[in-house]
Design a binder for this molecule. Structure first.
Ligand SMILES: [Zn+2]
Length: 160
Protein backbone atom coordinates (compact mmCIF):
# COMPACT_ATOMS: atom_id res chain seq x y z
CA UNK A 1 0.00 0.00 0.00
CA UNK A 2 2.76 2.44 0.90
CA UNK A 3 4.65 1.92 -2.35
CA UNK A 4 1.64 2.79 -4.51
CA UNK A 5 1.28 6.08 -6.29
CA UNK A 6 -1.03 8.38 -4.36
CA UNK A 7 -4.52 7.63 -5.67
CA UNK A 8 -6.79 10.23 -7.14
CA UNK A 9 -9.46 11.74 -4.92
CA UNK A 10 -12.85 13.29 -5.64
CA UNK A 11 -13.50 16.73 -4.21
CA UNK A 12 -15.90 17.05 -1.28
CA UNK A 13 -18.19 19.06 -3.59
CA UNK A 14 -18.31 16.25 -6.16
CA UNK A 15 -19.09 13.76 -3.40
CA UNK A 16 -21.81 15.96 -1.92
CA UNK A 17 -23.50 15.88 -5.35
CA UNK A 18 -22.96 12.12 -5.76
CA UNK A 19 -24.81 11.50 -2.49
CA UNK A 20 -28.05 12.90 -3.93
CA UNK A 21 -29.50 12.92 -0.36
CA UNK A 22 -29.86 9.14 -0.55
CA UNK A 23 -26.59 7.53 0.53
CA UNK A 24 -26.71 9.40 3.84
CA UNK A 25 -30.51 9.13 4.19
CA UNK A 26 -31.27 12.84 3.72
CA UNK A 27 -29.19 13.91 6.74
CA UNK A 28 -27.34 17.06 5.66
CA UNK A 29 -24.83 17.01 8.52
CA UNK A 30 -23.84 13.42 7.80
CA UNK A 31 -23.84 14.05 4.05
CA UNK A 32 -21.28 16.83 4.47
CA UNK A 33 -19.09 14.89 6.88
CA UNK A 34 -19.10 11.77 4.68
CA UNK A 35 -18.26 13.87 1.61
CA UNK A 36 -15.31 15.38 3.48
CA UNK A 37 -14.19 11.96 4.75
CA UNK A 38 -14.34 10.33 1.31
CA UNK A 39 -12.54 13.26 -0.35
CA UNK A 40 -9.55 11.97 1.63
CA UNK A 41 -9.91 8.35 0.44
CA UNK A 42 -9.15 6.93 -3.03
CA UNK A 43 -11.85 7.31 -5.69
CA UNK A 44 -12.63 3.59 -5.71
CA UNK A 45 -13.58 3.78 -2.03
CA UNK A 46 -15.97 6.66 -2.68
CA UNK A 47 -17.44 4.80 -5.67
CA UNK A 48 -17.99 1.78 -3.43
CA UNK A 49 -19.74 3.83 -0.76
CA UNK A 50 -22.05 5.78 -3.08
CA UNK A 51 -23.05 2.59 -4.98
CA UNK A 52 -23.14 -0.09 -2.32
CA UNK A 53 -23.57 1.51 1.11
CA UNK A 54 -26.18 3.38 3.09
CA UNK A 55 -25.05 5.53 5.98
CA UNK A 56 -27.47 6.73 8.60
CA UNK A 57 -27.57 8.66 11.83
CA UNK A 58 -30.30 7.36 14.04
CA UNK A 59 -32.19 10.61 14.63
CA UNK A 60 -35.30 11.58 12.75
CA UNK A 61 -38.51 13.49 13.14
CA UNK A 62 -40.60 10.51 12.03
CA UNK A 63 -41.67 8.23 14.84
CA UNK A 64 -41.15 5.27 12.57
CA UNK A 65 -40.21 4.54 8.99
CA UNK A 66 -40.23 1.37 6.87
CA UNK A 67 -37.82 0.32 4.15
CA UNK A 68 -37.67 -3.01 2.36
CA UNK A 69 -34.38 -4.56 1.32
CA UNK A 70 -35.30 -3.59 -2.26
CA UNK A 71 -35.70 0.04 -1.22
CA UNK A 72 -32.22 0.01 0.25
CA UNK A 73 -30.77 -1.74 -2.79
CA UNK A 74 -27.41 -1.62 -1.06
CA UNK A 75 -25.34 -4.35 0.50
CA UNK A 76 -23.89 -2.42 3.40
CA UNK A 77 -25.62 -0.38 6.07
CA UNK A 78 -23.56 1.80 8.41
CA UNK A 79 -25.24 3.40 11.41
CA UNK A 80 -23.85 6.29 13.44
CA UNK A 81 -25.04 7.80 16.67
CA UNK A 82 -25.33 11.53 17.21
CA UNK A 83 -22.15 11.30 19.28
CA UNK A 84 -20.34 11.39 15.92
CA UNK A 85 -21.08 15.12 15.73
CA UNK A 86 -19.66 15.76 19.19
CA UNK A 87 -16.16 14.86 18.01
CA UNK A 88 -13.62 17.11 16.31
CA UNK A 89 -14.05 16.90 12.53
CA UNK A 90 -10.84 14.94 11.90
CA UNK A 91 -11.83 12.38 14.49
CA UNK A 92 -15.34 12.08 13.04
CA UNK A 93 -13.80 11.55 9.60
CA UNK A 94 -11.61 8.79 11.00
CA UNK A 95 -14.65 7.12 12.56
CA UNK A 96 -16.47 7.26 9.21
CA UNK A 97 -13.51 5.83 7.30
CA UNK A 98 -13.06 3.08 9.88
CA UNK A 99 -16.69 2.00 9.43
CA UNK A 100 -16.42 2.27 5.64
CA UNK A 101 -13.30 0.09 5.83
CA UNK A 102 -15.33 -2.61 7.63
CA UNK A 103 -17.77 -2.56 4.71
CA UNK A 104 -15.00 -2.41 2.09
CA UNK A 105 -13.33 -5.46 3.68
CA UNK A 106 -16.68 -7.30 3.86
CA UNK A 107 -16.39 -7.77 7.60
CA UNK A 108 -19.32 -9.14 9.58
CA UNK A 109 -21.08 -7.68 12.58
CA UNK A 110 -19.98 -9.63 15.69
CA UNK A 111 -23.41 -9.20 17.32
CA UNK A 112 -24.89 -11.20 14.42
CA UNK A 113 -22.08 -13.77 14.49
CA UNK A 114 -21.63 -15.07 18.04
CA UNK A 115 -19.37 -17.79 16.66
CA UNK A 116 -16.64 -15.19 16.05
CA UNK A 117 -13.81 -15.44 18.54
CA UNK A 118 -12.46 -12.40 20.34
CA UNK A 119 -9.30 -12.78 18.25
CA UNK A 120 -11.31 -12.75 14.99
CA UNK A 121 -13.23 -9.67 16.14
CA UNK A 122 -10.03 -7.87 17.09
CA UNK A 123 -8.48 -8.88 13.75
CA UNK A 124 -11.40 -7.20 11.95
CA UNK A 125 -10.90 -4.05 14.03
CA UNK A 126 -7.20 -3.98 13.28
CA UNK A 127 -7.76 -4.53 9.57
CA UNK A 128 -10.35 -1.73 9.43
CA UNK A 129 -7.87 0.65 11.05
CA UNK A 130 -5.05 -0.53 8.77
CA UNK A 131 -7.10 -0.05 5.60
CA UNK A 132 -8.50 3.36 6.64
CA UNK A 133 -5.05 4.54 7.72
CA UNK A 134 -3.74 3.51 4.29
CA UNK A 135 -6.40 5.67 2.58
CA UNK A 136 -5.26 8.63 4.70
CA UNK A 137 -1.59 7.70 4.11
CA UNK A 138 -0.87 7.58 7.82
CA UNK A 139 0.42 4.82 10.09
CA UNK A 140 -2.07 2.36 11.57
CA UNK A 141 -0.76 3.09 15.07
CA UNK A 142 -1.32 6.83 14.73
CA UNK A 143 -4.76 6.27 13.21
CA UNK A 144 -5.87 3.88 15.94
CA UNK A 145 -4.69 6.02 18.83
CA UNK A 146 -6.24 9.20 17.37
CA UNK A 147 -9.51 7.51 16.53
CA UNK A 148 -9.84 6.00 19.97
CA UNK A 149 -8.85 9.12 21.89
CA UNK A 150 -12.50 10.16 22.07
CA UNK A 151 -13.23 7.98 25.06
CA UNK A 152 -15.51 5.18 26.15
CA UNK A 153 -18.33 5.91 23.71
CA UNK A 154 -16.27 4.51 20.84
CA UNK A 155 -17.76 1.44 19.24
CA UNK A 156 -14.50 -0.43 19.44
CA UNK A 157 -14.98 -1.12 23.11
CA UNK A 158 -17.58 -3.63 21.89
CA UNK A 159 -15.76 -4.60 18.73
CA UNK A 160 -18.08 -3.22 16.06
ZN1 LIG B 1 -14.68 -1.21 14.15
Amino acid sequence: MWCMEPSERYSAEELWDADNAFTTCDDADLRLLVAKALSRAPKEVADFVYCECLLQVVRMSDKGVYFSARDWGRDHHIIFSEALFGDAEDQAIETILHEVAHAYCRHVQPRCHPELSVEQTMAQEHEADEVAAGWLEMSTEAFTSRRLSGGASDEDTSGE
